[in-house]
Structure formats: C-alpha cells, structure tokens
Design a protein around this ligand. Structure first.
Ligand code: NAP
Length: 258
C-alpha cells in the first residue's frame, strides 16, 4: 500500500513500538494520531514528534472506543489506517491465585477485545475510503506460547486467529487486513521481566523492527514477521515440541521464586 498521505490512528502510541511507528509514519508524510491511557506519556510523545495528534482513550474499554470513533470521524475524517497496537504483558504464576478474576483477564480486555471493539467501531468508516487498512499487532508468541505469560499468549494467539478470519471476510472490500507479529523488541513492555527469563533471546531494536514493519506494509505482506518471529513460526510447524520446551524453561525460574 502507499505509505504517504494517509491519516493513521495508532492505539497505544505514547511509547515503544507505537511511538516509533508514529515517528516513521510522520517522516513519510502521513498524519498520525496516537492514543494511550496516561496523559503525561501522551504529552511527552508530542514533544518527541512535532505535529503528532493525541487522544486519551483506553482500547480495552468499549465506551472509550465508541467515543474515539466519534472524535476521529469528526476531527480526523480522512483516517484510513487503524493500527491496533495497544497491549500489555504480564508474568502470571497460575499456582499462586494472587490475581482477582477481573485482573486475571485484563490482558484479554486490552490485547484481544480491544482490536475486536476497534474493528466493529471503525469498519463502516474504513469501507468508505478508496484505500484503507486495519493492522493488528499480535506477537511471535501467537505461534508458540511463553508459559510464564499464559493469558497474554492466549490473547495474542486468539488475535492471530481473529485477524485471519477478518481478512477472509473483508476480501470483497478495499480494506486490507495486516498482522504484525513482533519478536522480543526493546520497549518498556519487557522491563517488568526478570532478565533471567529472556537470557539468550535476541532483543530487536524498536526502530529496526518498525522499519521492517513499514517495508512489509509497503510490499503488501499481510503477515509481517520481523526477526525471530519468523523463526518461531517455522519452529512451531517443524519442531513444535522442541521449541515449546525451550519456551517453558523460564517456568522453573518462576517456581524457584515461590
Ligand atoms: N516489546 C515486545 O517485545 C513485543 C513483542 C511482541 C508484541 N508486542 C506488542 O506490541 C504492542 C506494543 O507494545 P510495546 O512493546 O511498544 O509496549 P509499551 O512500550 O509498553 O507500549 C504500550 C503502549 O500501549 C499503551 N497502552 C497500554 N494499554 C492501553 C490501553 N488499554 N489503551 C490504550 N493504550 C494502551 C501504553 O500507554 P498507556 O500505558 O499510557 O496506556 C503505551 O503507549 C503490544 O500489543 C505488544 O503486545 C511487543
């Protein structure tokens, strides 16, 4: 797809991958709007990227998504690309029972329900454009779970499946459906992890990862798998037990902490 002259809405764009996407898309002469929950982080993003538009909105809250649709269609009616990037990732010890039911499923609200709400809300608007796209940001972990983050991986695997179905259903429209499956990427998301859990895993620089994403979009690559993400897909097909065993190693570190 043509990657200049678009109006692009990125959920969760105040830091990390979303912020870097905003930077690179702005440099390519697109208008970019990012969302996030925290106003201070959004303000800092505008200091990094002059001309960036921000809207405070929680991607996992259906009422916020409805309000976002109203604001976007009023203030930025040219919006033709939606990037469902907002996401959180937690380590959860399923034997500990220290999360409430509600907290235990927050990753599903943001990482899975969020993109589903956004698609439902914005699809009619996108269908009215001559060129449009929905990009869902899942993860290489959609192919092989990291068992210390069980709910996150379940949500990303489900998002991968949903994205495939969405693409098939929109085949008779002008709305292209892309999926970005990042590998481990150097952002705040990884900061809460014990460094022992990511020992030996290459961590990709955010600008490089986003560069590969933009290249994939421009080539109309529908499933974009930068770096180690493509290895995870390959291993999940040809050496599934081996790769799952590797990914399960950090469980013993979790158990040793009690
Ligand atoms: N980094 C990796 O290794 C990696 C690997 C694979 C996939 N991913 C995926 O890439 C996406 C971006 O992650 P990242 O690594 O860039 O993480 P990050 O640096 O922590 O950034 C996450 C962004 O999402 C926002 N956000 C979180 N929850 C939100 C919500 N409910 N509504 C709106 N915004 C929300 C955050 O701002 P607020 O906190 O202010 O809301 C922040 O702007 C996520 O979907 C993640 O799962 C990351």
């Amino acid at each position: 797809m043509n990657l200049s002259g678009n109006t692009i809405l990125i959920t969760g764009g105040s830091t990390g991958i979303g912020l870097e996407m905003a930077k690179q898309f702005t440099a390519l002469k697109n208008k970019v709007i990012v969302t996030g929950r925290n106003l201070d982080k959004l303000k800092k993003a505008t200091e990094v990227i002059p001309g960036l538009h921000t809207i405070q909105s929680d991607a996992g809250n259906p009422e916020h998504v409805k309000t976002l649709l109203k604001r976007i269609t009023t203030e930025f009616p040219d919006t033709n690309i939606i990037i469902n990037n907002a996401g959180i990732m937690w380590t959860i010890n399923l034997q500990k029972h220290d999360f409430s039911f509600e907290k235990l499923t927050t990753e599903i609200d943001i990482n899975l329900k969020g993109p589903i709400y956004m698609t439902e809300a914005f699809l009619s608007h996108l269908k009215g454009k001559s060129s449009a796209a929905i990009v869902n940001v899942s993860s290489g972990l959609a192919y092989v779970p990291l068992p210390i983050s069980p709910v996150y991986c379940a949500a990303k695997a489900a998002l991968h499946s949903y994205t495939q179905s969405l693409r098939a259903q929109l085949v008779n429209t002008k709305v292209q459906v892309f999926e970005l499956l990042p590998p481990a990427t150097e952002t705040e998301l990884l900061h809460s992890f014990d460094p022992n859990d990511s020992k030996g895993i290459p961590i990709m620089k955010t600008d490089k990862m986003v560069g590969k994403f933009i290249k994939g979009l421009s080539n109309d690559t529908l499933e974009i798998l930068p770096g180690q993400a493509s290895m995870l897909k390959f291993m999940s097909r040809f050496l599934p037990n081996f790769i799952f065993g590797q990914m399960s190693k950090s469980v013993s570190n979790m158990h040793s902490k009690g």
